[in-house]
Design a protein around this ligand. Structure first.
Ligand code: KIV
Length: 259
């Protein structure tokens, strides 16, 4: 088994799994110091490209961002989201996962869904491709972005999906906006770590979109905590730059070349 995957598995019941998304090298290299897992999420569709849905994200876009992220990620496990319509059959999933791994040298891929995607997960695992699952809100196919696990039938379905995914061989599963007690039950019953986003402290690890955490996006989701106001820092730097250029205070001779 991949050593980095084993490290994530070994964290269960010992230490929280720290995860964040990254879409490019410079940010990824900072996250790599603190994270166990760096995810090139297809959330980049809304975060960077203003797409209404992650459905619009293509395989090429995921591959290009992942190539950049790979340059910054040295020690963490690097996971790449398989975009919408790239894993409709086991054959398609295997072909595209192999392409993602070949081009980006990532360690694992993430797929959204439960029972329906079990053949795809099995096919990847059989071919030694580590797979991360994703349950709860599934942005690629979601119609409503409300938390999951309100009704008993839905709770049972999500728990069952989690167990099916585990039996199919996933090494971890993202729980997106899953009701807190259900997240606790899933985390208790699975051997693999659950990674929560909006799914309470009961999960074995946490993930957030980096732009939300550093205050670069305008996200107002309840589950986001803004740890910095990066927009303000950039705004301030660019304003000072403009002012200094206009006043001819920048560049100085030390920034210039002369014979
Ligand atoms: O696309 C993404 O960034 C994700 C995380 C929010 C888990 O799937």
């Amino acid at each position: 088994m991949n050593k980095k995957v084993k490290k994530i598995l070994n964290k269960k019941h010992k230490s929280k799994v720290i995860c964040l998304t990254a879409y490019s090298k410079n940010v990824a290299s900072i996250l790599d110091k603190y994270c166990d897992l760096v995810l090139v999420g297809d959330s980049l569709g809304s975060v960077l490209y203003n797409f209404k849905s992650t459905k619009e994200v293509t395989l090429d876009t995921m591959i290009n961002h992942s190539i950049s992220v790979r340059l910054g990620v040295k020690k963490s496990l690097m996971v790449v989201d398989m975009p919408f319509n790239t894993y409709r059959t086991a054959k398609e999933a295997l072909k595209n996962a192999k392409l993602i791994i070949k081009k980006t040298r990532c360690d694992a891929v993430k797929l959204e869904g439960g029972k329906k995607i079990i053949p795809m997960v099995k096919s990847l695992v059989k071919n030694k491709i580590p797979v991360m699952g994703h349950l709860g809100i599934l942005p690629q196919t979601a119609k409503k972005f409300t938390f999951k696990g309100k009704k008993l039938a839905e709770r049972n379905r999500i728990l069952n999906d989690a167990k099916l995914l585990e039996s199919a061989g996933i090494f971890s599963v993202v729980l997106e906006c899953v009701e807190a007690k259900l997240a606790k039950k899933i985390s208790f019953q699975l051997k693999v770590p659950t990674i929560g986003i909006g799914s309470s402290v009961n999960c074995d690890g946490q993930v957030l979109v980096i732009d939300d955490l550093i205050g670069l996006s305008e996200s107002k989701f309840r589950f986001v905590k803004k740890y910095a106001n990066t927009s303000k820092i950039i705004d301030n730097a660019v304003r000072r730059y403009k002012s200094e250029v206009l006043k001819k205070q920048f560049p100085k001779s030390k920034h210039s070349f002369s014979n």
